[in-house]
Design a protein around this ligand. Sequence first.
Ligand SMILES: C=CC1=C(C)c2cc3[nH]c(cc4nc(cc5[nH]c(cc1n2)c(C)c5CCC(=O)O)C(CCC(=O)O)=C4C)c(C)c3C=C
Ligand SMILES: [Fe+2]
Length: 425
Amino acid sequence: MNDKHLENTTANKFTRREALKLAGVGGIGLLLGATGVNTLLPSSPKNEQTSATPTGADEVIPFYGKHQSGIITPMQDFICMGAFDLTTTSLGDVRSLFQSWTQAAARMTAGKNVDEESDHALLPPVDTGEAMGLRPMKLTITFGLGASFFDERFGLASKRPAPLVDLPRFNSDEMRKEWSGGDIVVQVCANDPQVAFHALRNLARIARGKAVLHWLQEGFQRTSASDPTGSTPRNLLGFKDGTNNPQVSDPATANEVVWANTAESPAWMAGGSYMVMRRIRMRIEVWDRSTLTDQENTFGRHRLTGAPLGKANEFDELELDRKDAKGKPVVPVNSHAALAHMEGKVKILRRGYSYSSGMDLKTGQLDAGLLFICYNRDPRKQFIPMQQKLASVDRLNEYITHVGSGLYACLPGASEGGYIGDTLF
Ligand SMILES: C=CC1=C(C)c2cc3[nH]c(cc4nc(cc5[nH]c(cc1n2)c(C)c5CCC(=O)O)C(CCC(=O)O)=C4C)c(C)c3C=C
Ligand SMILES: [Fe+2]
């Protein structure tokens, strides 16, 4: 999914007042380039250069709203995502945790410290500090609840949404507990990895005594600075990934594919969505030894252009009934694109990032792959049947293994004065 496809997110500019306030914290030098403040500085080629913000660095993605940001928001460059397990058994504690998280998240997405700083010399600083003076960088923070949140601890079992099922075991899954599940998931995305890490770290700090991290995964894609045109990013197998994502800038499409609806979900989920996370390890070394023809037949698309096999342009229609001179399908029936297309009847919104987590010390191979994330309105009708099909016959399976998994009910957005989760607890 790229900016070209998604233009519906209201983007507020970082105001001059905010910028001047920030000057008090970080010094005027930090402000070179902030919208509006450049007018204070004498015009020179250098200033003109620093005033360009092609990555929308000053852009604030509003935290409050009907839907949480970070779902249909055009993808930022980096992700820092974590799942928490609650250590408290008090629903009151959970409520106050979400109230504190909401306030902190609203501040951080606006480019502020997690809370007002105290000057008490004998206390630790309120904010951990590594994002001080940094621009908002389109930070979004998205909260979801795992199925375990609805167990006996908080008396909410009867409120568990029907679409929040336990995902089945799919063919060739090699799941690891340390990369799966969690009571609460927090997806943090930003155009700066330090801004993203800072947000998750401070949320974990706020949770002390109530929740602990269960897993954490960082991810990336090419940055908007290295591709200002916003073309479809490539995954670590070298292919354009995201071409045929549904165009959720169209509200009707977003309603059909992404947003929870009372037809399947409880009223407290209206405006929310279901997020699937899969940590998918790639056998990169094997892939790198396979031929171009094999790679293209695996995806059913051309490597260079991203076009469907037999077509010239990336966004040309994927026509699965086209045959070559010998009567063979031009796009192999067991290719990833052909299978995931689901005859055009089932769609999900993909929002995944590449990850690289060092190497496997036993084999010397890279531990790298795709932190697959998708949003759907009802995973029982969307992600699950799609993954069942892919897991059984997808040609891509030769090169990947699913090693982590989670399904989370992403809560509706909150309005100012409210908090994330206030429709449920
Ligand atoms: C169950 C859902 C999916 C999983 C898991 C998945 C893994 C996965 N995908 C790629 C790379 C590509 N996927 C592409 C298309 C595509 N993939 C899915 C779903 C899952 N992918 C869908 C719904 C689609 C679109 C199908 C369509 O209607 O055309 C493509 C082609 C380009 C594109 O449209 O994005 C690539 C490339 C990897 C590497 C991967 C696991 C590691
Ligand atoms: Fe895919």
